[in-house]
Structure formats: structure tokens, C-alpha cells
Design a protein around this ligand. Structure first.
Ligand code: NAD
Length: 487
């Protein structure tokens, strides 16, 4: 069994000061595969100090110079592709295709921000058009400073890439804290840093839990910004810690995203997109479209098509190529989801498919892919994020009712609209309160488009140029028109 009690600080693995150890489990075998340190505030202090020392030289590099390292991340992760996919599958319970998406989207992100770093050079010192004569103003973009990056367990490589790549592109130095549930995949980033010769202290990686690392990191006076992805409960604690020091936060939080199927949709095609929206990664995805809003005229054929597809899903060893759905990532997450299933039984929700329709594998933290129909809007299953393979459906009579129902949520992360008329799909999409809206497609996540939520789904955007702006301060130099610009 691996003992992961070393922290990556200043390009060296040094023993954690933390005395507590946490088990890391393979969610399919239920065996402990490693033991990770819970971390200690002293680790945070050492990592922040290293990032502070590294900042002056790193921020002085041109964007083009930093881009070489970002391309290095992409190249090195590509070389380790097979090894990392298996590792992520074993630690996370992801089937191989899902683990490949986690890695490939991360690689695309490092590559994209290499381009953004080069482009940043072109934006530095740009003149701003002014009304006033005899005055000149130009605009610069400086890095925010030392940033604390905190990630969840569901997509370790991609959620860390969405923070680390733009932070490094902007000229920030970082302390990255992976989830204690899935520490293995992100450890590879430290190995990559060494392999590509990233200057010491630019990336520091601390293993541990919320008490050992997360909370002390969010509260550390040397941290200039915190970017957090995870639950609302913890995100709000991070925001309170940031508020104590008036520093910025980016928050990517929960979701309860709708998928709307209109009267003119083909139920068979729609069923494929509905399946991908909720059962991908066993529903453990913040953008899972877990509320199905279907026009009453297509509801019955759609439920029938979904039942057929749910029955065909193969649950099993995520490392087997023919497995469609793996276990949930932790025993704790399975308990969370089971609590909602028990609630559904108490509420008497109408079941289309649940555990009574299949036999679960004899081992692993599995939950059966579940579909409830005609779910009341007051039900907690309709309103709360379950983060598991549980789909709740309701039918509506027209487009306006569908839009109102979709927007009747405290969250606003994502949405999907399916309609035979692409103009109608786009008209509905424009009215939805969500950061990402997919029209007649699966959930395409592209580095060029932003990621983030309306309402309680978060603050700020990752990806695209917005993701870079999150790590930049805008600065203006203003003076007489002959003041000169030495760029
Ligand atoms: P979580 O909030 O429990 O943990 C997230 C991270 O915060 C972990 O690294 C954890 O160790 C750390 N942490 C715990 N307590 C902390 C504290 N007091 N201060 C600072 N850090 C602390 O979330 P999770 O269970 O790992 O992930 C699931 C949640 O993440 C879901 O709600 C999901 O919707 C959300 N999520 C959102 C997105 C998005 O892009 N919006 C993406 C993935 C996951």
C-alpha cells in the first residue's frame, strides 16, 4: 500500500507535518489502496512561502515563455495517458472512457492556455481610446499573485487544469489542494512539474482534507485569491474566509440542471442525450441534467426509450472496456445518494427504473441508475443536487411552462434543450438561467467557452478568456500624451 505522506513544495517532496492519515479507496474493490496525510497548517505555511518566493521571477517571464511550460504540461500528460487513465479509473471508479475525458479535457485546457498566455503579450500596454485630448492611457494585465486552488473528487484532472493552467498563464504561482478522496491523479502534476523543469515554487501541491489543508489555505494571509470547486457548504466557508481579508474568490459549486425535451423532438434521439446527461460518471458531475422536463405529448415514448436504455447499461468493473457505469467514488457518496432514494420511497415517487429492476454487482459502491416520473416540484429530489445516477422527470404542456420550470431552481449551472426546430431550441436556450446551455447535443465542454453558474451555482467563470481574467488584475497607466510607453 502506498503511503502518501509527503507534500510537494519548492519542487521537492517533503514530509507532511500532519499526523493524521486518511485511507484512499478503490471504489470497485472497496480495498484501501493508499494512505494519504490529512495535512497540517504548517504545510500550508511552507507552500505559500515557496509560492511567494517564486512569484517575482515567474511573473516577469513573458506570456510566451510561460506558454512553453503549459505546452510541457500538455505534452507530458499526453505521454502518461494510458497510465493516468487507469490510475484515475482505479481511484475514482470512472469507466475508462470517462477517465479518458477527464484527462483529454485537461490536456486541451493546458494547450488552450498556452495560446492565451502568448496572446496576453499582445494585450499588454494597449492604448485606450480617450475623449480627452493630450492624455494617453494604456492598459496592462498583472497576475493576481499567489493563488490557492481547491478541487473536488469527481473530475480531478480537469477541475485542477481549469484552475492551474490559466493561473500559470497569467503569471500567478499556486498552491493546489486535491480532494483527499482522490489524491492519486493530481499527484502526477507534481511529477510533470519536475519533468518539464517548472521553476521551483511555481506549483506546490498539498494533500490533505478540509481541516488539515483546505481551511488553512483559504484563510492564509499570503494567499491573494482562492479558486474553489466543490459543494456549496464548503464554498460558502471559503468565501467567508476570503471575506475576512477582502480577497477575491472564484466558486464553481453545485447544480440541478434541467434538460428540456420539446414536443417536436425525436424521443429515441432525445433518450440518448438524456442518458448521457445524467448517467455519465454515475451522475457525479456538477452539470448533470438531473431534472427532465418533457412535453406531455412525447413523455410516454421518451420514458419507454429511457427504460430500455437504462436496462441495457452494464454496471461493473470500471477497468473493463464493456462497462458503461462504474461505482460511486466513495462509500460516503453512496450513503448520500441512498438517503435520497429512501426519501423518494417515503414520498411515494413513481418509479420508472430503480434497483428493483436489476441486480447490482456483488462489490463496489454501486447505486442503480434510477428514473422517477411525475416528481412534485416540492420534492427534495426535484430541488436538491443528488450527485448520483438519479433522474427526476415531469411533463409540461408548453414551451413557457418548460422555461419557467427550468428556471425555478436555486442553481443555474447548465441546461440542455432538445427540439426538432433548432430556432426554437435556441429561443428557449436564450431564456434559461444557466452558464452553459447545450442545444440538441450531448454536453460539449470546450476550452474556448466559459464554465460557471448563475445563482447559487457559483461566482465567476472558468475556461475561455474569462478563465484567464480570473487570475489577472487590470492596471492603467495614464499621463500626458507624450508620456511614452516603454513596452
Ligand atoms: P467538497 O466541497 O466536500 O470538497 C471540495 C474540496 O474542498 C475538497 O478538496 C475538500 O477537501 C475541500 N474542503 C473541505 N472542507 C474545506 C474547508 N473548510 N475549507 C476549504 N476546503 C475544504 O465537494 P466534493 O464532495 O469534493 O465535490 C462534490 C461537489 O462539487 C458537488 O456539490 C458538485 O456539484 C461540486 N462540483 C462543482 C463543479 C462545478 O464546476 N460547478 C465541478 C465539480 C464538482
Amino acid at each position: 500500500m502506498q503511503r502518501l505522506d509527503q507534500q510537494f513544495i519548492d519542487n521537492q517532496w517533503i514530509p507532511s507535518r500532519g499526523e493524521r492519515r486518511l485511507p484512499v479507496t478503490d471504489p470497485y474493490t472497496e480495498q484501501v489502496i493508499a494512505e494519504v496525510t490529512a495535512g497540517d497548517p504548517a504545510d500550508v505555511a511552507a507552500a505559500v512561502a515557496a509560492a511567494q518566493r517564486a512569484l517575482p521571477a515567474w511573473r516577469e517571464l513573458s506570456g510566451a515563455q510561460r506558454a512553453i511550460y503549459l505546452d510541457g504540461f500538455a505534452d507530458s500528460l499526453t505521454r502518461r495517458r494510458e497510465e493516468l487513465i487507469r490510475l484515475s479509473s482505479t481511484n475514482n471508479g470512472k469507466v475508462l472512457d470517462e477517465a479518458a475525458i477527464d484527462l483529454d479535457d485537461a490536456i486541451a485546457c493546458y494547450r488552450y492556455y498556452a495560446g492565451q498566455a502568448r496572446e496576453l503579450d499582445q494585450r499588454q500596454g494597449r492604448l485606450i481610446a480617450l475623449e480627452m485630448e493630450g492624455v494617453e492611457a494604456c492598459c496592462y494585465h498583472d497576475p493576481v499573485g499567489v493563488v490557492g486552488l481547491i478541487t473536488p473528487w469527481n473530475f480531478p484532472l480537469v477541475t485542477s487544469a481549469w484552475k492551474l493552467a490559466p493561473a500559470l498563464a497569467a503569471g500567478c504561482t499556486a498552491v493546489l489542494k486535491p480532494s483527499e478522496v482522490t489524491p492519486l491523479p493530481e499527484r502526477a502534476l507534481a511529477e510533470v512539474a519536475l519533468e518539464i523543469g517548472l521553476p521551483q515554487g511555481v506549483l506546490n501541491l498539498l494533500q490533505g482534507d478540509g481541516a488539515g489543508i483546505g481551511a488553512p489555505l483559504a484563510a492564509h494571509p499570503g494567499i491573494d485569491k482562492v479558486s474553489f470547486t466543490g459543494s456549496n457548504r464548503v464554498g460558502e466557508a471559503v468565501m467567508r474566509a476570503a471575506a475576512e481579508r477582502s480577497i477575491g474568490v472564484s466558486l464553481e459549486l453545485g447544480g440541478k440542471s434541467p434538460i428540456i425535451v420539446m414536443v417536436d423532438a425525436d424521443p429515441e434521439q432525445a433518450a440518448d442525450w438524456v442518458m448521457a446527461g445524467i448517467y455519465f460518471n454515475a451522475g457525479q458531475i456538477c452539470s448533470a441534467t438531473s431534472r427532465l422536463i418533457v412535453h406531455e405529448a412525447v413523455a410516454e415514448p421518451l420514458y419507454a426509450a429511457l427504460a430500455e436504455r437504462i436496462d441495457a447499461l452494464v454496471l461493473g468493473n470500471p477497468l473493463d472496456a464493456d462497462t458503461d457505469m462504474g461505482p460511486l467514488t466513495s462509500a460516503r457518496q453512496r450513503e448520500n445518494v441512498r438517503a435520497y432514494l429512501a426519501m423518494a420511497e417515503q414520498e411515494g415517487l413513481l418509479v420508472v427504473r430503480d434497483a428493483s429492476h436489476r441486480e447490482l454487482p456483488g462489490q463496489g459502491y454501486f447505486v442503480a441508475p434510477t428514473l422517477y416520473r411525475d416528481v412534485p416540484v416540492e420534492s427534495r429530489l426535484w430541488r436538491e443536487e443528488i450527485f448520483g445516477p438519479v433522474l427526476c422527470a415531469r411533463s409540461v404542456t408548453d414551451e413557457n411552462e418548460a422555461i419557467a420550470l427550468a428556471n425555478d431552481s436555486e442553481f443555474g449551472l447548465a441546461a440542455t434543450v432538445i427540439s426538432g426546430d433548432s430556432r426554437r431550441a435556441s429561443r428557449i436556450g436564450r431564456q434559461l438561467q444557466a452558464g452553459s446551455v447545450w442545444l440538441n447535443s450531448e454536453q460539449l465542454v470546450l476550452p474556448e467557452t466559459g464554465w460557471g453558474g448563475f445563482k447559487r451555482s457559483g461566482i465567476g467563470r472558468e475556461l475561455g478568456p474569462w478563465g484567464l481574467s480570473a487570475y489577472l488584475e487590470v492596471k492603467h497607466l495614464v499621463g500626458p500624451a507624450d508620456g511614452g510607453d516603454d513596452t
